[in-house]
Design a binder for this molecule. Structure first.
Ligand SMILES: Cc1cc2nc3c(=O)[nH]c(=O)nc-3n(C[C@H](O)[C@H](O)[C@H](O)COP(=O)(O)OP(=O)(O)OC[C@H]3O[C@@H](n4cnc5c(N)ncnc54)[C@H](O)[C@@H]3O)c2cc1C
Length: 234
């Protein structure tokens, strides 16, 4: 369907959320992703199409994506995204994917986000807040530096127990330091047999955490994984 660029909001120095008005109601579940086609001249070899999680909630009027820009080395797609003007139209596929909340609302959930992997959780937490649905959720959110922490208002409004872990913090950072590891997830709280662990982020991080968690005795069926292939976190 055609979606019309409405506005952009800067979340952090290099992270922005792009808002679009859809031509008709978009049917999707919080946490799903779409493919965007953005026509632009002189596209590089990575082309004109990209997958993005919808960071918006199905309860929102506009749909949004949130992405990180790499200054200088960014793709032609991301440069064209940054150059969009209100009223510009692009194409969006149907939403897809099963990185969505489980039907059983009693299921204890541990959300683990690496960097821009926070996007599906933003969609889910906004949806829960808008619909007043209470779930038992802990969030572990890992970033390289504290400047990359986004969506703090949503996390606070949703009332989830959140731990932010920074691997290259400034001296003054008073929170947790280090990388996301299976130990940091397990150490968060006991992972009961009925709990589900949702992990979202760059592919190597998700794979590493999956192996680590399985090694620690977490069952495969307790892991719900969403990875962003080719996503480089430099
Ligand atoms: C299901 C799914 C959901 C996703 N959700 C999101 C999301 O919510 N947010 C999000 O940001 N991404 C998401 N992604 C990833 C997204 O599709 C892009 O792959 C990612 O944002 C990188 O974009 P880019 O290729 O335009 O590169 P950029 O972001 O511009 O650059 C990323 C890196 O690639 C390098 N690079 C740039 N251009 C080239 C080139 N021509 N050749 C070689 N290297 C280059 C840069 O040096 C940089 O290190 C998702 C992917 C999938 C599959």
């Amino acid at each position: 369907m055609t979606i019309t660029f409405d506005h952009v909001e800067q979340e952090a120095e290099h992270i922005a959320t792009y808002y679009f008005a859809p031509e008709r109601l978009v049917q999707y579940t919080a946490g799903q992703f779409v493919e965007l086609s953005l026509e632009h001249p002189h596209a590089d070899n990575r082309g004109r199409r990209r997958w993005f999680t919808l960071s918006s909630s199905p309860t929102d009027e506009l749909v949004s994506i949130t992405t990180k820009h790499t200054p200088k080395a960014g793709s032609s797609f991301k440069k064209a995204l940054q150059a969009m003007l209100p009223g510009d139209q692009i194409q969006m596929s149907d939403a897809m994917g099963d990185f969505v909340l489980p039907k059983l609302i009693q299921t204890p959930l541990i959300f683990v986000a690496g960097g821009i992997g926070i996007t599906p959780f933003h969609s889910m937490l906004t949806w829960l807040h808008h619909t007043n649905e209470a779930r038992n959720i802990s969030l572990l959110y890992g970033v390289h530096s504290e400047e990359e922490i986004i969506f703090q208002n949503t996390i606070t409004s949703a009332g989830v127990h959140a731990t932010i872990i920074v691997d290259q913090p400034a001296h003054a950072w008073g929170g947790q330091r280090g990388m996301l590891t299976a130990d940091s997830i397990i150490g968060l709280e006991p992972v009961n047999d009925d709990a589900l662990i949702y992990v979202s982020g760059p592919e190597p991080m998700v794979e590493q955490l999956e192996q680590g968690l399985l090694h620690k005795g977490v069952k495969k069926h307790q892991l719900v994984l969403d990875f962003f292939p080719n996503y480089v976190t430099d």
